[in-house]
Design a protein around this ligand. Structure first.
Ligand code: URA
Length: 488
């Protein structure tokens, strides 16, 4: 509303901020119950120079405002829209609802349409925020925290802060935006004033990880530049570490697609959609869990609702680690396979059988060790009726470190055994050449000793019998060494 109009308004409502929905709601209720029409009201945001000076009529005794229940929820969403006319608009809708209670179901009504458009824009912006906030690490040890800069179109920080608390409960983080900031110190969420991009750090080591993740999920055969830009609009590119790869990936897409098609199975997966539908959870798992598990069984329970990466969607269930809470050694595999996904237990399928037999030969009692995986959900490609194992990428491994770090923190073993490259990546935080480092013990900064060996499925894949037997012997030798290290 312009100044001249404001002067004409009989009532001026001063809201405390762009997102002061409670203030709007209280004022709107008082005004509507006093029959003050929309044209008589001006809406303003208070500032330090211009503090709130509300002088609104009281609610007449016994008066009640009846509006459809859905309106409040919908108004709260639309309230986050950046349209400066939204306060007056929402009051107009409220005003009309008193005498047109079915208004919100009249899709052709101009106000109903506008309300819906605003809600959609806020939801879409929130979705983009969930997908494109990129934290950058600052500080180390006690001072370690993660800071992100994000530029939403609407006033959505307060609305979405809880999502990040649930998703990144274990981290201390701050999200800075031009309008507001959200800060989580591990226990409390605080909403503060807006910031500038210069307040956020520019680069850190996780950039490389995001780029690797994006490179891995980028599918050149499915490249649709327009659709991609719709999903990841250009305005977000400047704050996304992986975006620096986009022009390069698009340019190389034809060549990459040809190479990819050459590697694909000759028959396309005809039941893909059906298989996916069957494995889609009937009921979505609980929201991301809290970070206060004080035992492995609590942690296992919490992991059932894990959504830290997209793999939960297609997997049947989370396959958590198993073994005694006080095991002295933790074996880490890559990810559950088809049978583990169905059984909900690690290493029970073909690779698990090889593993068990060799542990037994080496004199290591599986009941006394803890066995887990770097990634807790089965990643696969449907091919016909089969689900073919697909290697987890660096982003998925990183997302799942949240769990494995907590398994280690609770069990406190003396030794970890990395079964293959994915486990080594998870445990050491960097890719290593397993064939070169096999049989070695690497000591991590926190003092944990990590023994490197191959994944038992490697033995399964060898066709030639003599070679297979030789590899089995080498793995047995590694397991004997593990037994000696356990005793040391
Ligand atoms: N391979 C793994 O890495 N883990 C399992 O649980 C099964 C197969």
């Amino acid at each position: 509303m312009r100044a001249a109009e404001l002067d004409l308004a009989r009532y001026t409502v001063w809201l405390e901020s762009e997102t002061d929905f409670a203030g709007w709601r209280d004022a709107a209720r008082r005004l509507a119950l006093n029959e003050i029409p929309p044209g008589d009201i001006g809406w303003q945001i208070a500032t330090d120079a211009c503090p709130p000076q509300n002088a609104l009529p009281n609610v007449p005794e016994g008066a009640q405002l009846v509006v459809p229940r859905e309106f409040i929820g919908r108004a709260e969403t639309a309230f986050c829209h950046s349209d400066p006319g939204r306060f007056a608009f929402l009051y107009r809708v409220l005003w009309r609802l008193r005498t047109e209670p079915k208004l919100l179901s009249i899709a052709s009504d101009v106000d109903t349409k506008r309300l819906e458009t605003m809600e959609k824009a806020v939801r879409r912006d929130s979705h983009k925020m969930h997908a494109f906030v990129r934290f950058r690490k600052i500080g180390n040890g006690e001072d370690e925290r993660y800071v992100a800069w994000f530029e939403p179109d609407h006033f959505i920080v307060e609305r979405n802060a809880d999502f990040f608390v649930r998703r990144f409960t274990g981290m201390r983080w701050t999200i800075l935006t031009p309008h507001a900031s959200a800060d989580w110190d591990g226990e409390r969420l605080a909403i503060g004033p807006g910031a500038t991009k210069a307040d956020a750090p520019a680069e850190d080591d996780t950039e490389a990880l995001w780029r690797t993740y994006f490179e891995n999920i980028f599918n050149p055969a499915r490249l649709k530049v327009k659709a991609m830009q719709k999903e990841m609009p250009k305005k977000y590119w400047r704050n996304l570490p992986e975006a620096s790869l986009i022009p390069e990936l698009i340019a190389g897409a034809d060549k990459a697609a040809i190479a990819m098609i050459a590697k694909m199975p000759t028959t396309p997966p005809p039941h893909h959609a059906k298989v996916q539908a069957r494995h889609w959870p009937k009921k979505p798992p609980a929201e991301a869990p809290d970070d206060d598990a004080s035992s492995i069984s609590e942690l296992r329970e919490a992991a059932k609702g894990c959504r830290r990466c997209p793999l939960w969607r297609d997997a049947t269930q989370t396959v958590f680690g198993e073994g005694p809470d006080d095991a002295r050694v933790i074996f880490v595999g890559e990810q559950p396979g088809d049978q583990e996904d169905i059984a909900g237990k690690p290493f029970v399928g073909p690779a698990g059988k090889v593993f068990d037999a060799i542990l037994d030969d080496a004199g290591v009692d599986r009941q006394k060790v803890y066995v887990t995986n770097a990634v807790k959900h089965f990643k696969f490609e449907p091919r016909g009726k089969r689900r073919i194992h697909s290697k987890p990428n660096a982003g998925e491994v990183q997302a799942c470190r949240w769990w494995i770090d907590r398994e280690f923190a609770l069990i406190k073993p003396d030794l970890a055994v990395a079964l293959g490259a994915t486990a080594a990546l998870s445990l050491l935080g960097k890719a290593i050449a397993v064939t070169k480092m096999r049989g070695q013990v690497v000591e991590r900064e926190d003092g944990l000793r990590v023994f490197i060996t191959i994944h038992p499925s490697f033995i399964l894949r060898i066709q030639e019998p003599a070679e297979k037997e030789a590899e089995r012997e080498r793995f047995l030798k590694d397991m004997r060494q593990v037994k000696r290290l356990m005793a040391a």
